[in-house]
Each structure stands twice: as structure tokens, then as C-alpha cells.
Design a protein around this ligand. Structure first.
Ligand SMILES: Cc1cc2nc3c(=O)[nH]c(=O)nc-3n(C[C@H](O)[C@H](O)[C@H](O)COP(=O)(O)OP(=O)(O)OC[C@H]3O[C@@H](n4cnc5c(N)ncnc54)[C@H](O)[C@@H]3O)c2cc1C
Length: 395
């Protein structure tokens, strides 16, 4: 689809800004440095985007750089990919999840307290999952007791992305065990510098530590940091999750299409233009990526019209995780033995320049934000209107 004149003008503006400001050489700096250096680099790039008015195009227009339409956001993501910029791994929970939750469900005092900090680079993490509560999130057990004007929290969270760098946490706790599981859940905003918090990063196969266990021992959270009413946190959590399944995925999908150019370059550089196996796999990859983008386009169109797009976010998610795996695998094949032996390998993502790390990391996307099987359940039940899975189904 070609750009409207307004979108074309926006594209030119963004492209011009990125030509001057894109952080060239970031792969080498991330690779050479420690996790702390990675965090510093990420923050620097985020603050540069804030300065340019591009960090939060999805926020309302009263915020600097906010008020961009979904079509403009799509253009922005495509241009980020074209300019080969790193993804914001450190601040995406803040700008997407935390902001969406506060804007939709927070009170004015909470918005005033926390949103400006996000634009200054505050890092947020998401404390939802627990060892016994992932797909079945409502089974969470981490306990919150209201004592006077504070909640006292005890329990454990797991898989909290970037929690080791986080200033704040979106926390789900159980404040009651009466009635339905969902009814006893409360949503809190936790200061990660509070007493009683222990963060233990989890070592990943590719040598990175992107997620953490978080142990909470008598952590106190003032009652004014509760979002919504006590026991109504499940509804608030849906605002967080719908941002995760919508905007985050949209960004990834459009960036993936831009990243395919790297494979095309690699095919040329390695003289494989006549290798029918490689070309077939690349063709399949492009077709799959295009179909994910087409569904993402439909999702955006529907959102702009205020129409619910049942199942689209789930299809995009499952397609994205498959495309990411095939993309990084093809890159690893083209890179040859050297790519497969590279060690130590560092953080993995969509396009880090280390194909093996990206390939290993691609499996994370089959689980993060809801596993593939759970997405398929939603597609089957809500989109295709197939029978629901039996109640009490235990794996
Ligand atoms: C990269 C990454 C980042 C993450 N970041 C965060 C974060 O920042 N904060 C946070 O709170 N959590 C985070 N998570 C956790 C994530 O939300 C959970 O891992 C996910 O919801 C799955 O839960 P689980 O790991 O407990 O697996 P389980 O729920 O135990 O699932 C195990 C297996 O059973 C299958 N399964 C479960 N239920 C069904 C069903 N009803 N039908 C069919 N199959 C089923 C699943 O598909 C899976 O294959 C992250 C996870 C990953 C991988």
C-alpha cells in the first residue's frame, strides 16, 4: 500500500531525523560491553528518541511526540528497521505496558506521579507470572495484606523482563481467596527500591540475563499505589496485556519486514543467488512475513475504525515467532560454521548481528506474552467459534 501525502511527509521527516540520529555501531558496543553498558546504551537511545519527539508516538497528543495515528506509528517502525536501529528492550514495558495501564485505569495522581518519569527513562518491569501461574495467570498466589495505609507483600514472581534494571514494577497480588480466582486479585505499582525485594537474574542459553526471579519479603506498598479497586486488578491487568499483544507485536512485525533485507544482502555477499534451497526458504520467509504484516494492517485498520479484531493479534504473534525462528535460522545457515560456533554469545533479539543468539532467543517468543498453544485456543474459540476446551482441563 502506498503512503498518503500526509504519511509520505511524515516518512520523509522521520527518515531525515534517523539519518542524523540513528545510533550507528550499536551492535559492536553491545557485544563488547557488559550488561550495564547495554543498559546505558539503551537509555541513551531512548532519551534521544524523547528529544526528537519519537519515543512515545502511541501516547495521547498532550505528551511530547504523542498523538500519532496508528498508520504513522507503522511508518515509524518501518523507518526504524530501515535505519537499522536497535529495539528498545529496556524501556518497552514502561512506554507500552505501564503507560497503557496508567492511562486507561490509573487515577490523575498516579498519572502525574509516574508518566513524566517514563519520559525521563524510568525502567518498569512486569510482575505478573509466578512459578505456578503463567498461562493460568489467575492462579497467582503472591499475597498482599492491607495493613493500615499499606499493602504488605510476600511471595515470588518469575520471568520479569529487565527487573534487574527496573525502577518500578506492575505487580499483581492476591488480596482474597474467596470466590472466583480472578476476583481476589489486586493491581499495585511497586517501587523496586523498597525494602524486602530480591532480584535474581536468570541465565539464558545464549549467555544473556533478560529475565529475573523477584522475591518479595514483607515489601510495603502505599495504598495510593493501587490501580483500581481492591480485588478488581484482573480487569486492570487486561489493559496491560492488550497493549502487550497489540502495539508491541505491531512494532516487531513491521520491523521484521525491514530486517529481511539483511538476509537478501547476505545471500548476495555469500554468492548464494543460485542456491535453490536457500532461495526457496527465503521466499517462504518473505511470504510468511508479508502475511503477518497484512494481518497486522487489518488489525490497525480495525482499531482505527474502533472495530474489535478478534484473533488477529494472536495470529500475528504466532506467525511472528515462527518467522523470527526461520529468519535467524536462515541467517545462521548463511553465516556458516563460524556463526554456529560463535562464543561467548550475548543478548539475542530480532537483529543483533549474532544469528545464533537470535535463533536461540527466537524460542522465547513462542512463550512470551502468552504461549503459542494458548493463542491457538483463543483463535479457535473466539475467532473460529469452535467448542471451548473442557473446564478443569489439566495438562
Ligand atoms: C521472553 C519472555 C519474557 C517474559 N516476560 C515476562 C514479564 O516481564 N513479566 C511476567 O509476568 N511474565 C513474563 N513472562 C512469562 C510468560 O507470560 C509466561 O511464561 C507464559 O504466560 C507461559 O506461562 P508458563 O511459563 O508458566 O508456562 P505454562 O503455563 O506452565 O505452560 C506450559 C505449557 O503448557 C501449555 N498450556 C498451558 N495451558 C494450556 C491450555 N489451556 N491449552 C493448551 N496448552 C496449554 C503452554 O502452551 C506451554 O507449552 C515472559 C516469558 C518469556 C518467555
Amino acid at each position: 500500500m502506498s503512503d498518503t501525502p500526509k504519511l509520505a511527509a511524515f516518512r520523509t521527516e522521520v527518515r531525515g531525523w534517523l539519518e542524523v540520529n540513528a545510533p550507528h555501531g550499536w551492535r559492536e558496543r553491545y557485544k563488547a560491553g557488559s550488561h550495564e553498558q547495554f543498559a546505558r546504551e539503551q537509555k541513551k537511545w531512548f532519551l534521544k528518541l524523547v528529544e526528537g519527539g519519537y519515543a512515545v508516538p502511541h501516547w495521547p497528543k498532550e505528551w511530547p511526540g504523542g498523538g500519532r495515528s496508528l498508520a504513522e506509528q507503522k511508518v515509524f517502525y518501518e523507518e526504524l528497521a530501515r535505519a537499522d536501529c536497535p529495539r528498545l528492550l529496556l524501556t518497552f514495558v514502561a512506554t507500552y505496558h505501564a503507560a497503557a495501564t496508567l492511562m486507561e485505569c490509573g487515577n490523575d495522581a498516579q498519572k502525574a506521579r509516574y508518566l513524566p518519569g517514563i519520559l525521563k527513562g524510568d525502567v518498569w518491569c512486569q510482575g505478573f507470572s509466578e512459578p505456578g501461574a503463567g498461562s493460568d495467570l489467575a492462579a497467582l498466589k503472591c499475597k498482599g495484606d492491607l495493613r493500615g495505609d499499606r499493602y504488605v507483600i510476600n511471595g515470588q514472581k518469575v520471568w520479569s523482563t529487565m527487573a534487574q534494571y527496573a525502577d518500578k514494577c506492575l505487580l499483581l497480588v492476591r488480596t482474597s481467596s474467596e470466590g472466583a480466582k480472578q476476583a481476589g486479585i489486586t493491581f499495585l505499582l511497586m517501587d523496586m527500591k523498597s525494602n524486602g525485594i530480591e532480584v535474581r537474574p536468570i541465565n539464558q542459553i545464549q549467555g544473556d540475563q533478560e529475565y529475573c526471579e523477584v522475591f518479595l519479603d514483607d515489601v510495603e506498598i502505599p495504598v495510593e499505589d493501587r490501580v483500581g479497586e481492591e480485588g478488581k486488578g484482573w480487569a486492570v491487568a487486561q489493559a496491560t496485556l492488550s497493549s502487550e499483544r497489540g502495539l508491541t507485536l505491531m512494532e516487531l512485525t513491521y520491523r521484521m519486514r525491514g530486517a529481511l533485507r539483511r538476509i537478501a544482502d547476505l545471500i548476495r555477499e555469500t554468492g548464494r543467488e543460485d542456491d535453490r534451497g536457500i532461495l526457496r526458504d527465503f521466499g517462504q520467509l518473505v511470504a510468511r512475513c508479508d502475511s503477518a504484516c497484512a494481518i497486522a494492517d487489518r488489525f490497525i485498520d480495525n482499531r482505527m475504525k474502533g472495530v474489535e479484531s478478534i484473533g488477529d493479534a494472536q495470529i500475528v504473534k504466532n506467525t511472528y515467532s515462527r518467522v523470527l525462528r526461520e529468519y535467524s535460522l536462515l541467517g545462521t545457515r548463511l553465516g556458516g560454521m563460524h556463526e554456529q560456533y560463535r562464543w561467548p554469545i550475548t543478548f539475542g533479539d530480532l537483529n543483533t548481528g549474532n544469528w545464533m543468539a537470535d535463533f536461540m532467543n527466537s524460542y522465547a517468543w513462542t512463550i512470551a506474552g502468552g504461549s503459542e498453544e494458548v493463542q491457538r485456543n483463543i483463535i479457535a474459540e473466539r475467532m473460529l467459534e469452535m467448542p471451548r476446551e473442557p473446564k478443569g482441563w489439566v495438562l
